[in-house]
Design a protein around this ligand. Structure first.
Ligand SMILES: [Zn+2]
Length: 230
């Protein structure tokens, strides 16, 4: 019942946006989203309005690998210029449901397949890198909000000269499980935990608005190499 009322509410929101702004531009909106996201904590969002715009216009912004060229997904500030181990020990907080664990396990597997990082189950010692997977609940703050926060994650680096110990976290917002419990969201949040920052390319798992991308792009791989292959 709760899910149905949420869908109904989304439909109502869709109506509001269609009335308020006829045929708005997607790109400037996403750019402002990118700018503000870079300033502080970087929640991964699902853009309600952009999704509706796409349905209206039938258009979609895409980026091909060719356009990206030698692009490199940027590195999160705490790990910039730092050397850190590529071995991580991970665990799930006890309240993380099976569905969320499954999408995170997919993401762990994808990152391990790169050969650039190695994520192992278990508790880290104080001098080892770790990832803690968690869940949280956060509702849209006001009814006119154009986006839903899907997850949050990032590194927390203890810096010893130019060496960093990364005690990181990756979490999913379980207030909107149908939007957040997805491979693409898990890839994005684990990407933050491992030190990747937001990308302006839509084919990157680090694009700040969910595009359903669950495979690392060439630029994402280059970003990981920048952090770990020193
Ligand atoms: Zn993000």
């Amino acid at each position: 019942m709760r899910k149905n009322s949420w869908i109904a509410w989304l439909v109502v929101l869709a109506g509001i946006f269609t009335v308020v702004q006829i045929n708005p531009q997607i790109v400037p909106q996403v750019k402002s989203e990118l700018k503000s996201a870079n300033d502080q904590i970087q929640p991964y969002v699902y853009l309600i309005k952009a999704n509706i715009d796409e349905k209206i216009s039938g258009q979609r912004q895409t980026t091909t690998e060719k356009q990206v060229g030698k692009a490199v997904t940027p590195v999160e500030e705490p790990l910039q210029g730092m050397t850190t181990s590529n071995i991580y020990y991970y665990h799930f907080k006890s309240n993380v449901p099976e569905s969320a664990q499954q999408v995170f396990k997919y993401a762990i597997d994808q990152y391990n397949q790169t050969g650039i990082v190695k994520l192992l189950p278990g508790q880290a010692d104080s001098d080892q890198n770790s990832v803690t997977f968690f869940i949280y609940h956060k509702k849209i703050e006001n009814v006119m909000s154009s986006s839903v926060e899907l997850g949050n994650g990032g590194p927390s680096a203890l810096q010893l000269n130019d060496y960093a110990i990364n005690t990181s976290q990756a979490g999913l917002n379980m207030t909107y499980p149908t939007l957040s419990v997805k491979k693409s969201v898990a890839m994005h949040e684990l990407g933050h935990a491992l030190g990747l920052a937001h990308s302006s390319y839509t084919n990157s798992v680090m694009y700040p608005v969910d595009q359903g991308v669950s495979q690392l792009s060439e630029a994402d791989l280059n970003g990981l190499k920048n952090i770990y292959n020193k």
